[in-house]
Ligand binder design. Structure first.
Ligand code: TRP
Length: 394
């Protein structure tokens, strides 16, 4: 079975990426023929105005992938834009894909709604930001130990994604009213390329005749569309492409330091590129049970983000002890976080070290992806020859 998946290069990876995606990819390497690629052209479907960070983001992803155990001896690791064959097949698929398939794609509709044109707005609205941030933090169902530090952090790093998060939620309509603008003004994605996103994804998959595609649930409509394009091609020009299956993995939702889903947009992520010191600071800022105000107060591990981390990173016997001592009040949050930090560092440290070593020899890392791209091109060009022939293009 041939397994393929891709990821847009949105920057360095965090723990959530590992538990949600990469861990699964790493284990698939031993059981199947695997191809994993950085979908840099896909990144352009939304971030086409800001390409200045694209190369840096690709490098970060390459570093993280290899540091986390994707192995060029087992998998073909490549960069989408280095295999130009994707572009040719994209053109050909766009000829046979009914426009309505794309317009009805739920991801398209959602994304269009969600991706607000924030960068232009950020400036306009920094003024009202502090109040928003205050209100935002006050709604978070966990105890914020250092309210002001968090507020400053958010304000300092106020990123388009944070604003997006605000917009995604209940504040949206008020904000829009206040800014006196229509949603329409915010769309950045009214482009031909964005509409064609799933066609390009279908290309990524079908050009390698992949049988299985490990993805999250949000990607299911794309896989379905890939199957439809394969069927249509096969019907029009003769059997060529297998219909790929989605390999849905249960992704244990990893929370960030504020107890919400870990995400770059929420400014709550722990990155593999973070230094030990940065990780420590983040761990110390972790939200805990809001009812446990001081050591001695009984805590509720079942709702505590720190405890979720203990379950992943602390030795089993110790976890039971922590659970008991938190409930009784014997264990304070600061001490509890210390223990969690130690366990977390046991996992992060070797990865960080590997990442740093890889960074010292970027040429070597680039060679890995160049060689992977070459191998990918070999497969892709064969498919294209077949496609050209079937379509009477030669
Ligand atoms: N759309 C995917 C995502 O956002 C990335 C992607 C691009 C992909 N091409 C792919 C995933 C092909 C699987 C197969 O996560």
């Amino acid at each position: 079975m041939r397994v393929l998946s891709g990821m847009r290069p949105t920057g360095k990876l965090h723990l959530g990426h590992y538990f949600g995606v990469i861990k699964n990819w790493v284990s698939l390497q031993d059981k199947h023929e695997t191809l994993f690629f950085v979908a840099d052209w896909h990144a352009l479907t939304t971030a086409y105005k800001k390409t200045s960070e694209l190369q840096e983001n690709i490098k970060e992803v390459m570093l993280d992938w290899v540091a986390l155990g994707l192995d060029p001896k087992k998998s073909i690791l490549f960069i989408q834009s280095k295999v130009k064959e994707h572009a040719e097949l994209f053109l050909l698929f766009s000829m046979i894909t009914p426009k309505s398939w794309l317009e009805w794609n739920p991801t398209y509709k959602d994304m269009k709604y969600n991706l607000l044109k924030i960068s232009d707005m950020e400036i306009q609205f920094r003024g009202g930001m502090r109040d928003l941030v205050k209100e935002f933090i006050s709604k978070i169902p966990y105890k914020v130990e250092d309210f002001e530090a968090l507020e400053e952090l958010i304000l300092d790093e106020v990123s388009e994604s944070f604003v997006k998060a605000v917009f995604d939620g209940y504040l949206e309509s008020e904000m829009l009213k206040e800014l006196n603008v229509s949603k329409r003004d915010f769309y950045d994605t009214d482009t031909y390329g964005f509409l064609g996103y799933p066609v390009l994804q279908a290309v990524d998959i079908l050009i390698y005749k992949a049988n299985a595609v490990p993805v999250g649930e949000d990607q299911l409509p794309h896989i379905e569309l890939t199957r439809e394009i394969a069927r249509r091609f096969n019907y029009l020009y003769g059997d060529t492409f297998p219909e790929p299956e989605a390999l849905l993995t249960e992704t244990p939702k990893l929370v960030g330091i504020d107890g919400r889903k870990m995400s770059k947009s929420y400014n709550n992520a722990i990155y593999f590129a973070d230094s030990k010191n940065e990780v420590e600071q983040k761990v110390m800022r972790f939200f805990t049970d809001p009812q446990k105000l001081r050591k001695g107060d009984p805590g509720r591990p079942e709702i505590c983000p720190v405890f979720m981390y203990h379950k992943l990173f602390t030795q089993d016997e110790k976890v039971l002890e922590i659970e008991r001592d938190c409930r009784s009040g014997k264990l304070g949050c600061v001490e509890c976080k210390r223990i969690m930090f130690e366990g977390l560092e046991k996992v992060l440290e070797p990865i960080r070290e590997k990442r740093e070593n890889l960074r010292k020899d970027m040429k070597h890392l680039e060679d890995i992806f160049d060689e992977g791209s070459e191998k990918a091109r070999n497969i892709a060009s064969k498919t294209l020859e077949e496609v050209r022939e079937k379509m009477n293009l030669k």
